[in-house]
Design a protein around this ligand. Structure first.
Ligand code: ZN
Length: 304
C-alpha cells in the first residue's frame, strides 16, 4: 500500500481510523445574526431551523444510542440556553458539547475584545449544563480569526476543529503556545450537498442522500485505508431530515461492518493524541500562525 498519509497516528486497539459524526447545532442562531431586525417575520425559515432541536437532535441521539456511540455537537451558547431540552438529551447520553460561538458570530469580522466576550459567554452557557467548561472549539462559519488561536490557548482549550490543513491531527503554533487541531474539510460538510436557502445565499442543487453519502463514504474509505481522521461538519436541521438520517444509519452500519473503526467524541480523540505526544509515542506535524502578516508584493496589479 502506498503511504498516502505520512506518519499517521496509532489509533486505540489497532483501529484503522478514527471517526466522529460531528455536528454544528446552530438552530436559529444564524437567523438572528443575519436578520436581527425582522427575524420574527421569517417564520418559514425559523420553522426549518427549529426542526433541529424539535426533531433532528432527538432523532440523532436515538440513532447514536442504538449504535452505542458517543459523538460531538458544537453549539452556540445562545442555542444552549434557548433549547435546553435538546441539550439535556445530548448531555444525558454523554455526548460532547463543544463551543460554537454565542450567536454564531463570524469572529474574523469582530474585534479581539468582542471575540473574547463571545468566547466567555459561550463557555459559561456550556459549563452551566455540563458542569465543566468546553474543551473543544469550532469556529462559526469557519471564520477562524487572527486572534482565535491565542484566545483558545489562553482559555485552556484542548483542541480546535475549524481548520483543514491535514488529514490527521496536527498542532497550530502561535504566540501564546500551541493547540491541537482536529481537521476536517468541505467534502465532509453537508451544506454543499443539501442546503438550498436563499436567505443564507446558499443555493446548491439538493443531492440525493445516496449521492451525498458517496462523498462522505469515499472520505471514510480513504481514512480507513490510510489511517486518517474522519470527522463531519453536519447540521441537525440538514442531515437530521428523514431520508438523510436514514442514510446516516446505513453509513454507520457500513462503517461497523467494515470494522476496526474507532468511534469517539472529538474530545476523546484529542485526549488520545495528547497522551501519545506526552508518552513520546507519536509526533504530530505543526503549522505556525499567522500565515501572512503583510500583503505579498505584486509585480502587476490588475487595473479593474
Ligand atoms: Zn455553525
Amino acid at each position: 500500500m502506498l503511504p498516502l498519509i505520512n506518519n499517521p497516528p496509532p489509533w486505540p486497539n489497532g483501529a484503522r481510523c478514527a471517526a466522529c459524526f460531528a455536528f454544528d447545532f446552530d438552530a436559529e442562531s444564524l437567523l438572528h445574526l443575519y436578520y436581527p431586525n425582522d427575524a420574527a417575520r421569517r417564520i418559514n425559515l425559523s420553522s426549518s431551523l427549529r426542526y433541529g432541536p424539535r426533531v433532528a437532535v432527538p432523532r440523532i441521539v436515538s440513532i447514536w444510542r442504538h449504535f452505542g456511540i458517543r459523538q460531538t455537537m458544537y453549539v452556540p451558547g445562545w442555542v444552549v440556553e434557548t433549547y435546553p431540552e435538546a441539550i439535556e438529551l445530548l448531555v444525558a447520553d454523554g455526548h460532547e458539547i463543544g463551543h460554537h460561538g454565542w450567536l454564531h458570530e463570524r469572529t474574523n469580522q469582530i474585534s479581539r475584545s468582542d471575540e473574547r466576550r463571545v468566547l466567555e459567554a459561550g463557555m459559561a452557557a456550556i459549563e452551566k449544563v455540563t458542569g465543566k467548561p468546553p474543551v473543544g472549539y469550532r469556529s462559526p462559519s469557519g471564520a477562524f480569526s487572527e486572534f482565535t488561536l491565542d484566545l483558545l490557548v489562553e482559555y485552556g482549550f484542548s483542541y480546535d476543529s475549524s481548520l483543514a490543513g491535514d488529514d490527521i491531527p496536527y498542532f497550530l503554533e502561535g504566540g501564546k503556545g500551541r493547540l491541537l487541531e482536529l481537521p476536517s474539510d468541505h467534502p465532509l460538510d453537508d451544506w454543499p450537498q443539501y442546503v438550498n436557502l436563499k436567505e443564507f445565499n446558499m443555493g446548491m442543487t439538493i443531492q440525493s442522500p445516496q449521492r451525498a453519502m458517496d462523498v462522505f463514504r469515499a472520505e471514510f474509505d480513504a481514512a480507513w485505508e490510510y489511517g486518517g481522521l474522519w470527522s463531519s461538519i453536519w447540521h441537525p436541521f440538514v442531515s437530521g431530515r428523514l431520508a438523510r438520517a436514514h442514510a446516516m444509519v446505513e453509513l454507520i452500519e457500513y462503517m461497523q461492518r467494515k470494522g476496526s473503526v474507532w468511534f469517539a467524541t472529538m474530545e476523546e480523540i484529542a485526549d488520545h493524541i495528547h497522551g501519545l505526544v506526552e508518552r513520546g509515542e507519536w509526533t504530530p506535524s505543526s503549522e505556525r500562525l499567522p500565515f501572512w502578516s503583510e500583503p505579498v508584493p505584486q509585480i502587476a496589479m490588475p487595473s479593474r
